[in-house]
Design a protein around this ligand. Structure first.
Ligand code: SAM
Length: 250
């Protein structure tokens, strides 16, 4: 039995399961690094309506597309390595820095990018998961991805980016969340920052906690979820009437 799915009302999201669907429904649960589906459910329920076009430029196993269709939204996914999931015909090969889309097509964009180079997603040269977040190249690449998201998103619509900081023993701490947020702010208006509690398997391992204690570092306990808004040049109105945005900079 999965916990009941509810709309989150605070900025601390703590859903005690990776997925809100059963394993059969979560078709590609062998994929490493899939986004917890309840996060996408919450975002789409709040910020989109039926038939809206949802885009995920780094779709991975396709969680965003599955949840979007479950909620009767239209969905399009891209990934630099869609061949990992041959069964899927709805994820197209593309570099997120150069999407094959016209300007202002999407009603909502969700992205869960690689956080530094801990997971090997593929051998693709253009995979951002090959870039260490200790190097500027990771942030320069993500700046281009975020600029591209801004280009394809309609005005007065929302996007969300889900990411974690990173720490590797022997190296400086990598504050990826703060750095990506400052890039997002160049293009978008911030709506909110949510901390999403992590429930990954490694956090359950006693020896990981022992090592963190002995070597005086912390394991990652949460991910950031940055929710942003693409401003219109002229109005204060919003994508759905539920939210009122008044900002002196508009
Ligand atoms: C954290 S995973 C995404 C997980 C996905 N949201 C899911 O639920 O399965 C990151 C994905 O980014 C993809 N990726 C890395 N660099 C990319 C690029 N330059 N353009 C498009 N996709 C890229 C990887 O292949 C990987 O599938």
């Amino acid at each position: 039995m999965k916990p009941i799915l509810q709309l989150e009302t605070t900025t601390l999201w703590d859903y005690p399961s990776q997925q809100h669907r059963t394993e059969e429904e979560q078709r590609h649960n062998h994929y490493i690094g899939a986004t917890p589906s309840y996060i996408i459910w919450n975002l789409l329920t709040r910020y989109t309506k039926e038939k809206d076009l949802i885009i995920d430029p780094m779709a991975g196993s396709g969680t965003t597309l599955d949840v979007a269709r479950e909620l009767k939204r239209r969905a399009l996914g891209y990934d630099i390595n869609p061949s990992a999931l041959k069964a899927r015909k709805d994820i197209f090969k593309s570099d997120a820095r150069n999407l094959p889309l016209e300007d202002e097509k999407a009603d909502f964009i969700f992205i869960d990018p690689p956080y530094s180079d801990h997971i090997k997603y593929s051998d693709e040269k253009a995979c951002i998961g090959r870039l260490s977040a200790l190097e500027d190249e990771y942030y320069n690449s993500m700046d281009i991805v975020i600029k591209e998201i801004h280009r394809v998103l309609k005005k007065e619509r929302f996007m969300a980016l889900y990411v974690s900081d990173s720490y590797e023993k022997g190296y400086p701490f990598m504050p990826i969340g703060f750095k990506l947020f400052s890039i997002l702010e160049k293009y978008f208006l911030p709506i909110d920052i949510v901390a999403v509690k992590r429930y990954n398997k490694s956090l359950k391992k006693g020896n990981w906690h022992k090592a963190a204690e002995e070597n005086n570092y912390f394991l990652r306990g949460f991910n950031y979820l940055f929710i942003m808004y693409k401003k219109s040049n002229k109005t204060y109105s919003t994508a759905n009437d539920k939210i009122y945005i008044k900002d002196k900079r508009l």
